[in-house]
Ligand binder design. Sequence first.
Ligand code: URA
Length: 205
Amino acid sequence: AQLAVHQSAWEGPKDALAKDIAACTRCPLHCNATQAVPGEGPMDADLMIVGEQPGDQEDLSGRPFVGPAGQLFDQIAGWAGLARDKAFVTNAVKHFKFTPRGKRRLHQRPNASEIQHCRWWLDAEIAQVKPKLILGMGATAAEGLTGRRDAITARRGTVEQTPSGTPVLLTLHPSYLLRLPDPQAKADATAQFQDDLTAAVRMLA
Ligand code: URA
């Protein structure tokens, strides 16, 4: 019985890293966010999916991609045959950055310094999971993963690398699809996003 107690109290490396992320004060974003949102998923996943930062619902729940962007991602991933539960899902920045507007909290894009500070954790997650492929969604993920800040629209569908040599397939961010007002532009971007997810599935087959 003592052994069982011991085992249940044992913290795997996943819990240890998530706890370290939860305690992070490396940049000022921790001051206003509810909590840090570490990555989640199998620690031996072949695919790592990286977004920008937690949104309102992720900040409250402590889990990545559970809000509208996550729901759109899940829908298009289903069309592309990409199993999210087999991937490790995380963000380039672990705390929600926002400005209060009445009762709402409006998303703000992380700046270069915040992305740079949070690279510490993203690199630690990559080192732990050792994915064969990373899907980087949006400009912030691209910057955190590759160090390059150039626009994502020109880079999507292409494969770059992390400094340690992991391939990074770049794509659009699902929130970008949600924000596009023009129905045709939205349909085109959605098709591109689906193509990129299909490419990720094929690269791992
Ligand atoms: N957008 C992101 O980039 N990540 C999340 O976890 C949710 C929304």
